[in-house]
Design a protein around this ligand. Structure first.
Ligand code: KG4
Ligand code: ZN
Length: 352
C-alpha cells in the first residue's frame, strides 16, 4: 500500500490531495481557486497567480493532509504537476514539493497535467476509482488551457491523436465572454445564457472546414463572433469596447449559438476519432469545459447511439484539482518511475 500526495499549481488553482493505492480511494482533495483574483482582468494574470500560490500552498497541503488524517511522514510519494502550465505557477508547486521531499526523504515524481485530466474520468463523486474502467477509450480533454484528444490504451499509456492548433475551447468561451463584457470565467456564464435561449442556434457560426483532421481550431470562431457583433453594431472595433446596442438579447443569442457550435465541433471530432479507432470501447470528456451539462449530455447521447460507454467526472474533478495528479502519481509508483531533486518544470519527466 502507498499513500500519494498530489500537488497541482499549474494555473489558477492551488490544490493538494491524498490517494491511497490500496483502496483506490481519494482520501482528501482540497483547493483554493483564484477565480475572484483574476475576475477583474477577464483572464488569468500569471504574476498574480504565482504570488497567490506562494501564499496558499503551505496551508492547502496541510489541510489536505489533515483531512486525510495523516502527516507528511506517512506519505510515500509526492506527485507534483511539472508541465504544462504557467511557468511561475508551476514553479511554486514544484519547489514546495522538492522542499518537502528533501526535508522528509520522500520520493518525488513530476506529472503531466494533461495526463491528470485523462485519469480524472475514473473518479466517482466520493473519490473512489471506478472498477473495470473500459480501455482503450478516447479522452476528450477541454479546458481553458488545453484542448486535446487522446487514445488511452491503459492507465499508463496515452497517445495524443488531436489537439487545438490555436485557442483552447474554454479559452474561446472566456475570450468571447470578455468581448461581450460578461465576466470570467466565460464558460459557466455562456452556459446559463444559452439555457435561457433553449440552446437554439440563431447565428450558425462556422464549424471549421477541415472535416478530416482530429485537430481543433477555435480562433476563427472567436473572430467570426467578433465581426458578427461589429455587424450588429454591438461592438466598436476602434474603441475596442461594447456599444449601447449590446442588448441582453444579443448576449444570450450569441452565447446560445456559440455553445451549440462548440458542441457540434466536439461531436464531429468524437465521430471522426471513433471511425479512425473503431477498437475504442468508451469516450470520456474531462477538463473544465466538461462541467458544461449541455455538451456532456449531447456527447453522451451521441456515444450511446454509437454503442460506446460515456464517462465524465463530477464537477470538482473536471476543473483543475490535485486528486487527478495523485492518480497519475499512483501509476508512477506501481512502475517505480521516480524523479530526483533535479526535477524541473521545463523538462517532461516521462515518455508518456
Ligand atoms: O480545467 P480548468 O479548470 O483549467 C484549465 O486547465 O484551463 O478549466 C477552466 C475552463 C475555463 O475556460 C472555463 O470557462 C471553462 O473551463 N468552464 C466551462 C464551464 N465551467 C468551466 N466551460 C463551459 N461550461 C461550463 N459550465
Ligand atoms: Zn487543466
Amino acid at each position: 500500500m502507498a499513500l500519494i500526495l498530489g500537488i497541482e499549481t499549474s494555473c489558477d488553482e492551488t490544490a493538494a490531495a491524498v490517494f491511497c493505492t490500496n483502496t483506490e480511494q481519494i482520501l482528501s482533495s482540497y483547493l483554493f481557486s483564484q477565480i475572484d483574483l483574476h475576475q477583474e482582468f477577464g483572464g488569468v494574470l500569471p504574476e498574480v497567480a504565482s504570488r497567490s500560490h506562494v501564499e496558499k500552498i503551505d496551508m492547502i497541503v496541510k489541510i489536505a493532509l489533515d483531512d486525510a488524517k495523516i502527516t507528511l511522514d506517512a506519505i510515500d510519494l509526492i506527485a507534483v504537476t511539472s508541465h504544462p502550465g504557467l511557468v511561475g505557477s508551476l514553479l511554486v508547486g514544484l519547489c514546495f514539493a522538492k522542499g518537502a521531499a528533501f526535508a522528509k526523504h520522500k520520493k518525488i515524481v513530476g506529472i503531466n497535467h494533461n495526463h491528470g485530466h485523462i485519469l480524472s474520468a475514473m473518479l466517482e463523486q466520493n473519490g473512489q476509482m471506478i472498477k473495470d474502467f473500459p480501455f482503450p477509450h478516447l479522452s476528450i480533454s477541454l479546458s481553458g488551457g488545453h484542448t486535446s484528444i487522446f487514445n488511452v490504451s491503459d492507465k499508463n499509456n496515452y497517445v495524443l491523436i488531436g489537439q487545438t492548433i490555436d485557442d483552447a475551447a474554454g479559452e474561446a468561451m472566456d475570450k468571447i465572454s470578455k468581448l461581450m463584457g460578461l465576466g470570467y470565467p466565460g464558460g459557466p456564464i455562456i452556459e446559463k445564457l444559452a439555457e435561457q435561449e433553449n440552446f437554439t442556434d440563431f447565428y450558425k457560426y462556422p464549424r471549421g472546414k477541415d472535416k478530416t483532421s482530429l485537430n481543433f481550431s477555435f480562433s476563427g470562431l472567436k473572430t467570426a463572433v467578433l465581426y458578427h457583433l461589429v455587424e450588429l453594431g454591438a461592438f466598436d472595433l476602434q474603441k475596442n469596447t461594447v456599444t449601447e446596442k449590446m442588448t441582453s438579447e444579443i448576449k444570450s443569442r450569441v452565447a446560445s449559438s456559440l455553445l451549440v457550435c462548440i458542441k457540434d465541433i466536439v461531436l464531429t471530432k468524437a465521430d471522426l476519432a471513433m471511425n479512425k479507432f473503431p477498437e475504442i470501447k468508451a469516450v470520456t470528456m474531462v477538463g473544465g469545459v466538461a462541467c458544461n451539462k449541455f455538451i456532456t449530455c449531447e456527447l453522451k447521447k451521441f456515444c450511446t447511439a454509437k454503442n460506446k460507454a460515456f464517462f465524465s467526472p463530477p464537477k470538482k474533478f473536471c476543473t483543475d484539482n490535485a486528486a487527478m495528479i495523485a492518480l497519475v502519481g499512483a501509476e508512477k509508483w506501481v512502475r517505480k518511475e521516480f524523479d530526483d531533486l533535479f526535477l524541473d518544470i521545463a523538462r517532461p519527466t516521462s515518455k508518456v
